[in-house]
Design a protein around this ligand. Structure first.
Ligand code: TSJ
Length: 675
């Protein structure tokens, strides 16, 4: 065995792997696709640790055709020397002992990614694999060892000579453990792209060698490389791709006592804030002390600079934290020895020392940047000042809506067909697109507890619409008055007049637009409604299927296919062949009538594709979309609404080119609007 500066003695032996197979969820979070993909991340993270230590620069992930995954790096190779007490190679201990990875010493780079979020190690992946092969290239020799379900299956053997150094792990996830063992390139790529951004200069390549690839993956080439010389600076550039940047990214890094701090910032003309933070390459979705420190420093430094340059006059108030965050895109990346992850999803950095660390680095480096780049500084501060003015104007607009409402004595809008019940818990408000669909809904509803408010799609034609301006629009005002809770400072949730607010729009592009607009409006001005689960999206059927007297509705394509199959229909039926309502029969010309009768005799199957709500008569609308006993409704989550907000901003934003690109690349998403 080769001599290594590493000593196998340092490995702490903790536990066997039996508990892992008994309760896999405890170790990898879940056994669904998330857990499955997590296994790949876990192995790759070990290679990234080697890269962060400066010992390797390339990682190749291969999806093999036999269902296994290989991860190979060009690092030093996992040590293979024999542990004096356990009498086993270090490699074997790492892969067959729980938690050994984390305590694996000798290497003092310290900032470990692996064993991070769930505290799992590569041994957990081994335990959940029917087969694992480890190959180590070290000191001119190829070493190999195999395992089955985490148990050593072969002795460590020297299988040949090699020039290269590195580690290659191949594992086959156990189909008896995971719900599915199909990897999605798309999911893996997202993660590897992010990791490559965070570790400047490394290459993560992914190769898809599967003969049968999942439908979603066909759009991707089989080989993909991620390599970013620009690191997180390139990351913010990428995040701002569809936005109009006002300056080049501002980037700085510094070694500090608490660890290491790296920040990239770029302002754009958008109104969105997009700040993401990481600790040891792990995304801290819930933020934490590093993010708090960043925000404090940003507000302080920009205000100090604006004052020193007299851009902010003496009598003017400081810019608020919100003002300096409008149009801001930033990546905060810290590395520290013992990261503490807290919060519901363990996505919050709990190390308090990181607040001061990030705050002082950003204070120092950002001030330095502003001093040295007066032209850029002017742009950035100007953007923040604009945000402050917009904030004040928005408040004025909100207030004026309230005042106008108050002037009208908050009378319910004439367009509203209210319900008779005044018990809000029973009441539903359907926001319907267009007067004709509104008419059907009014006739079809149960007037006891269902109210209808028709809105005209026209409100959407305002391109570049600032949402706050839209509040002054009569259509939107009607909606706000109908809700009953007011807006802005005088909002009172206890006055909500309907327990369920249902957006009911056509399944076409216009419908998708108006739904996006409404969701964004709710997201920005009435987030409580969404948080408390009051907002829904109606799901009108896409198809009406008829076979003789048997009429069925299908809400998705697959459902239609299933019904047709049930009816024994194999080939596609002509779409217009729909046995329609009986009253129409009188109007049929004689020839057509005969034809229709002929159809009835053979009980032909007809399919009607609904293009809009207007095509349904009131009874059908009730039966399929409004009847609480039969309908399907989606409850809007904050996540959905936030996505709508992003789409809205992109669709309504001031830049035409990225908007067109967005509509092209997301044409399907916009159409389906599963926002
Ligand atoms: F752990 C694992 F199997 F999941 C795994 C580890 C998977 C992959 C793809 C790579 C690795 C890995 C581990 N790559 N590089 C290393 N390096 C070490 O384990 C290593 C090498 C040398 C020394 C030393 O002090 O000489 C120390 C360590 C930790």
């Amino acid at each position: 065995m080769p001599k290594d500066n590493y000593s196998a003695e340092k490995i702490q032996v903790l536990e066997g792997l039996e508990p892992v197979r008994k309760r896999p969820g405890m170790y990898i979070g879940s056994t669904d696709t998330r857990g499955l993909h997590h296994c790949v991340y876990e192995i790759v993270d070990n290679a990234i640790d080697e890269a962060m230590g400066g010992y390797c620069d390339t990682i190749l992930v291969t999806l093999n055709d036999d269902g296994s995954v290989s991860v190979e790096d060009n690092g030093r190779g996992i040590p293979v020397d024999i542990h004096p007490k356990k009498k086993k190679p270090a490699l074997e201990i790492v892969l067959t002992t729980l938690h050994a990875g984390g305590k694996f010493g000798g290497d003092d780079s310290g900032y470990k990614v692996s064993g991070g979020l769930h505290g799992v190690g590569s041994s957990v992946v081994n335990a959940l694999s029917t087969h694992m092969i480890a190959e180590v290239y070290k000191g001119g020799t190829v070493y190999r060892q195999e395992y089955k379900k985490g148990i050593t299956a072969t002795k460590l053997t020297e299988t040949g000579k090699t020039e290269k150094t590195g580690t290659k792990i191949t594992f086959t996830p156990d189909a008896g453990i995971f719900d599915s063992t199909t990897y999605l390139l798309d999911t893996l790529m997202t993660r590897f792209r992010q990791q490559a951004y965070l570790t400047r200069g490394i290459t993560i390549a992914i190769m898809d060698d599967r003969k049968e690839r999942p439908e979603e993956d066909l759009q991707h080439p089989r080989l993909y490389r991620f390599h970013f010389e620009g690191g997180i600076s390139a990351y913010v550039r990428h995040m701002n791709e569809s936005k109009e940047a006002i300056v080049d990214p501002i980037w700085f890094e510094k070694d500090v006592e608490a660890g290491f701090v790296e920040v990239a910032i770029q302002y754009s003309k958008s109104f969105q804030e997009n700040v993401i933070s990481f600790a040891n390459n792990i995304h801290t979705a819930e933020g934490g002390h590093h993010l708090t420190g960043f925000k404090a420093a940003l507000t302080r430094t920009i205000n100090a600079y604006a004052r020193s340059q007299s851009i902010l006059k003496e009598k003017e108030d400081n810019l608020t934290a919100d003002d300096v965050r409008e149009g801001l895109t930033a990546v905060i990346s810290v590395r520290l020895k013992e990261p503490q992850f807290e919060g519901q999803t363990k996505g919050k950095l709990g190390n308090a020392e990181m607040k001061t660390a990030v705050e002082s680095v950003v204070n120092e480096k950002l001030a330095e940047y502003l001093e040295e780049h007066p032209a850029e500084a002017k742009e950035v501060v100007g953007k923040c000042m604009l945000a402050a003015r917009a904030r004040m104007a928005a408040r004025a607009a909100r207030d004026s809506v309230i005042r106008k409402g108050a002037l009208e004595g908050m009378t319910l809008p004439g367009k509203l067909a209210d319900c008779s019940s005044k018990n809000a818990a029973d009441c539903e408000l359907f926001i319907v697109e267009g007067d004709s669909a509104g008419g059907s809904a009014k006739q079809g509803r149960n007037r006891k507890f269902q109210a209808i408010l028709p809105l005209r799609g026209k409100i959407l034609n305002v391109e570049q619409a600032r949402l706050d301006r839209m509040l002054g629009n009569n259509e939107v005002k009607s909606l706000i008055i109908a809700l009953g809770i007011g807006i802005g400072e005088v909002k009172d949730m206890t006055k909500l007049r309907y327990d369920r607010i249902v957006i009911m729009t056509d399944a076409d592009v216009d419908g998708a637009h108006i739904r996006t607009l409404l969701m964004t409006l709710f997201f920005r001005y009435f987030p409580e409604l969404i948080e408390q689960g009051h907002l829904y999206i109606a799901q009108p059927p896409l198809f009406k299927l008829a076979k003789g007297k048997d009429v069925r509705y299908a809400y998705i394509e697959e459902e239609k296919d299933a019904i047709l199959k049930e009816w024994g229909v194999t080939q596609q039926v002509d779409e217009p062949d729909v046995p329609e309502e009986s009253e129409e029969e009188d109007e049929l010309a004689e020839g057509e009538e005969n034809e229709k009768k002929a159809k009835k005799k053979t009980a032909r199957v007809g399919i009607q594709r609904y293009k809009g709500l207007g095509e349904m008569n009131p009874d059908q609308l009730w039966e399929t979309t409004m009847d609480p006993e039969a309908r399907l409704m989606l409850r809007v989550t904050m996540d959905d609404a936030e996505k709508a907000d992003v789409i809205f901003t992109t669709l309504m934003g001031s830049e035409v080119a990225p908007r067109r690109k967005f509509i092209q690349t997301h044409a399907k998403a916009v159409k389906d609007l599963d926002v």
